[in-house]
Design a binder for this molecule. Structure first.
Ligand code: C2O
Ligand code: CU
Ligand code: CU
Length: 574
């Protein structure tokens, strides 16, 4: 992957050399109700004059419909994979059972339909969905798959905030992409020079002269943005990743890393007839963030980084043309939103440390502190291992320590968290609230607090990872399970077998309780991979000891033959 990247970089040309007119911003269509039928499919899009590009999308050629749901609804999503390849769809930010999460373990094979169902438990706010296949997230997101999830709650109507989709409430997914000389979407390159909003290149939007809400989603594979407006006006942040803030926060810039969402209000009441731009003021972005002027310290830098004219320079993202207000416009910024009651450090049951550092799993590759390969706690993602086991209802403080030269947006599935410390001090007000992504600056640390509630599953992991998608794909991802300790017995009987200890560190003793002869067929990991077995029969064919020492932590299925039937026993290595 890293080797290939170097070659592709040379083939990239700058999309600023394409002829391009202004295009009207596409607003994704909406789907409402509780059953959502989604077809993951291939398509083509004409981004630039005269050429077409093969893409992936959901129910269309690029991106996917906005799913508008209400808190406490029970929803069913029927996802049919009409791509020629395996993929997955993950509900980024939603609190759902691990089996429904759409991580790398919930693979949808071509022509098949996956139908997760869950209750919407999240606060009103802006969430999103995107593919999450092992090693394929960057490719499938870059090819075009991503969509908004908007959660509503009844109280929002009385907040005095814009809520009319496409009228005074606009979803904006900002993505930079790289195109090669044939206008094919390219990944694993730093030449992501084409700026797209909602899949539209060089977009403009007519926007009414009143208070308007922009739901900003950084859906880029790696680039961060330092949002602001070309006319210098202030704006008001009203949400973080996981819902409303307590009060609107007036600001002039907001830094957003990949995966993050922020809804802002802008007051256009006095600007009718004017045009201005949503910008990224990347020249003001601290070095070390992908998108700033410089990442890394020689010799640990990103090759070709300065050739991308977006890095460290201010650029326009979307042109806004202010037009006549709607009837009954919202004209004042609300003074209060939703009271915030964060988790309390007094309730903490466990603290854990996650160190980001370079790691080398590719022979002959030198680890580079700006480019990777990166791991978390000296490990790269392994589908069959469980990196962290968390008891249900555990309140935890996680400390993220970045030992590299590049800022990593860390994301955790399942839960929203509260950032409590950044480099030893309290976080900025814009990061106070419910979060599921936090940017960890180079050689800095971040602490957050969260509680793992509602869902436990001994067998199915959730992910935590860097949301720079090629870091994730290269292995900067780990797994955790949330287990219900009241269900864990030391000796587990499975059919007519006792397995002790289970979970095991060194070995399992598998015994036929009825003293019946049995034979082993095979052992497989969760992902179905056959595992080399090292065992010893200790009571003829009625008992055996399986060596667990060489196995990764995780779950295994032991297939045994008893008489004419086959039984599957679940073993856990810790
Ligand atoms: Cu937005 Cu695990 O991803
Ligand atoms: Cu996620
Ligand atoms: Cu990273």
């Amino acid at each position: 992957m890293i080797l290939i990247k170097r070659i592709i970089t040379l083939l990239i040309i700058l999309p600023c050399s394409f002829l391009s007119a202004q295009n009207q911003l596409a607003i994704p269509s909406t789907l409402t109700g509780t059953t959502f039928n989604l077809s993951i499919q291939t398509g083509t899009v004409s981004f630039f004059n005269g050429t077409t590009t093969p893409t992936y999308g959901i129910n269309g050629a690029i991106l996917g419909p906005t799913l508008v749901v209400n808190k406490n609804d029970n929803v069913v999503l029927n996802l049919t994979n009409n791509l020629p390849v395996n993929t997955t769809i993950h509900w980024h930010g939603l609190h759902v059972p691990a089996m429904m999460d759409g991580g790398p373990h919930q693979i949808i094979t071509p022509t098949n339909t996956w139908s997760p169902s869950f209750k919407i438990l999240n606060n009103a706010g802006t969430y999103w969905y995107h593919p999450h296949g092992l090693g394929k997230t960057d490719l499938h997101v870059s090819k075009g798959i991503a969509g908004f999830i908007i959660v509503h709650e009844p109280f929002e109507a009385s907040l005095g905030v814009p809520l009319t989709y496409g009228v005074d409430d606009f979803p904006l997914v900002i993505q930079t992409k790289a195109f090669d000389v044939l206008n094919q979407i390219a990944i694993s390159t730093e030449m992501d020079t084409a700026i797209l909003v909602n899949g539209t290149y060089h977009p403009n939007l007519d926007i009414p002269a009143q208070i308007v809400r922009l739901r900003l989603l950084n859906g880029s594979s790696m680039r961060a943005y330092n949002f602001g407006f070309s006319n210098g006006m202030n704006f008001y942040q009203i949400t973080t990743d996981g819902g409303y803030k307590d009060v609107p926060v007036q600001m002039n810039r907001i830094l957003m890393a990949p995966g993050e969402r922020v809804d802002v209000l802008i007051d256009l009441s006095t600007l009718n007839g004017q045009s201005f731009d949503l910008m990224s003021f990347a020249s003001e972005m601290p070095n070390g963030i992908y998108g700033s002027a410089m990442v890394g310290v020689a010799p640990d830098t990103i090759m070709g980084y300065s050739e991308n004219h977006l890095n460290g320079n201010d650029f326009s993202i979307l042109q806004l043309n202010v037009v006549n207000p709607t009837t009954n416009p919202i004209t004042t910024i609300p003074s209060a939103l939703v009271p915030f009651s964060p988790y309390s450090p007094q309730d903490v049951n466990a603290t854990r440390i996650f160190e980001f550092d370079t790691i080398t799993t590719l022979p002959g590759m030198m680890p580079n502190l700006a480019e990777g390969q990166f791991g978390i706690n000296r490990k790269v993602m392994n589908m069959d291992s469980i990196n962290v086991r968390i008891p249900l209802n555990s309140t935890e403080i996680w400390t993220l320590i970045n030992k590299t030269h590049i800022a990593h947006p860390f994301h955790i599935h399942d839960m929203q968290f509260n950032v409590i410390e950044k480099n030893g001090t309290v976080p900025d007000v814009y990061e106070t609230g419910w979060k599921d992504v936090v940017l960890v600056m180079p050689h800095d640390s971040v602490k957050f607090i969260t509680k793992f509630t509602d869902f436990s599953d001994e067998m199915t992991p959730y992910m935590y990872h860097c949301h720079i998608l090629h870091h994730e794909d290269d292995g900067m991802m780990g797994t955790f399970i949330v287990y219900d300790s009241t269900n864990s017995l030391k000796i587990k009987e499975q059919g007519n077998f006792s397995i002790f200890p289970n979970p095991a560190i060194e070995e399992w003793v598998v015994k036929s309780i009825d003293q019946i002869d049995f034979g082993i067929i095979e052992m497989t990991s969760i992902s179905g991979q056959k595992v080399a077995l090292n065992f010893e029969k200790t009571n003829f064919n009625k008992e055996l000891r399986i060596d667990a020492r060489k196995l990764e932590r995780g779950y295994y299925f032991l297939k045994v033959k008893v008489g004419n039937s086959i039984q599957i026993l679940k073993l856990q290595k810790v």
